[in-house]
Design a protein around this ligand. Structure first.
Ligand code: CP
Length: 331
């Protein structure tokens, strides 16, 4: 199978075998990095990193991956490009496609990254859109596989707003690889029914079981991994905090939730996380609503079952795999 010159836009586009190939190469490149073995097979290539939203992990993973592969990366932040304001997405994509070998985009609608892919003529990678965060899913799956040895047949429980990029992408990814997926949240936060229907079709082929649970005491049953994300995603208005806190506080991942999972279950979070008062937003929420932690308790976040920093490191290795497989005809 070849992933050469392929875009990486959303989990729905990928077969189980392609996901496996990205993970295989990520593990290989991780080993090389740890052993100090050079892997700069993309010397002379250039990648544009187009960010309309802020980032720590995704930006750093793309920049370090590009450097390790011998590439040059150009970072365009939300203020310093003409994208969407003075120049259309199609025109920007055509220009970048003339100068770069690949483009990464983080921003708003999925249609934007799809348009960049169509118009640029070079491999295009989704670094997060409102609907999809596929590079994060590869890091999550690599972390789960490192801990559990497999993905197929495991159960992942997702607590929180399952309608957005992380809930969507984890559900699709789980269905594709034959992993069971439980969304645990109030019914209004369940994923889009049309996407659920598509995932049920995929799951029927792979043996994955999809479950939608409103009782926080039951969501983690049989879970090998418990996952959560922030309650308000990037780009959403600040006014939604009050409603989200009221709706999702019962779905915080606590020691009780972890106790309901398998004894050896791991905890994952794509980060950044609100688990203490170490952030400006966390302190502002504390002043307004009295909360000291939000989607995950500090005890779980810092506890033995938490693999969140291994997961964050794996952003580098998996993003490197995506770039390498798209730009090299053999890795
Ligand atoms: N998980 C993730 O995408 O992190 P950043 O927003 O820091 O890139």
């Amino acid at each position: 199978m070849s992933l050469y010159k392929k875009h990486f836009l959303k989990m729905l586009d990928l077969s189980a075998a392609e996901i496996e190939e990205y993970l295989r190469v990520a593990a290989l490149l991780k080993e090389k990095k740890k052993a100090g073995v050079p892997h700069d097979m993309l010397r002379g290539k250039n990648i544009a990193l187009l960010f309309e939203k802020t980032s720590t992990r995704t930006r750093c993973a793309f920049e370090v991956a590009a450097a390790d592969l011998g590439m040059h990366a150009v970072y365009l932040d939300p203020k310093s490009s003409q994208l969407g304001k003075k120049e259309s997405i199609a025109d920007t994509a055509k220009v970048l496609g003339r100068m770069f070998d690949a483009i990464e985009y983080r921003g708003y609608g999925q249609e934007i990254v799809e348009e960049i892919a169509r118009e640029s003529g070079v491999p295009t990678f989704n670094g997060l859109t409102n609907e999809s965060h596929p590079t994060q899913i590869l890091a999550d799956f690599l972390t789960i596989r490192e801990e559990k040895g497999t993905l197929k047949g495991l159960t992942l429980a997702y607590y929180g707003d399952a309608r957005y990029n992380m809930g969507n992408s984890l559900m699709v990814g789980a269905a594709k690889v034959g992993m069971n997926f439980t969304a645990c949240c109030p019914e209004k936060y369940f994923p889009d029914p049309a996407l659920v229907a598509k995932c049920r079709e995929i799951a029927a082929e792979t043996g994955s079981v999809l479950r939608f649970e409103t009782d926080p005491a039951k969501g983690s049953a049989h879970a090998d991994a418990v996952y959560t994300d922030v309650w308000v995603s990037m780009g959403e208005p600040a006014e939604v905090w009050e409603e989200r806190i009221a709706d999702l506080s019962p779905y915080r991942v606590t020691t009780e939730v972890m106790a309901g999972a398998k004894e050896d279950a791991i905890f994952l979070h794509c980060l950044p996380a609100f688990h203490d008062l170490g952030t400006e937003i966390g302190r502002a929420i504390h002043e307004r609503f009295g909360l000291t932690e939000m989607e995950v308790s500090d005890e779980v976040f810092l506890g033995k079952q938490s693999k969140v920093f291994d997961e964050a490191e794996n952003r580098l290795h998996t993003i490197k795999s995506v770039i390498a497989l798209s730009l090299c005809d053999s890795v």
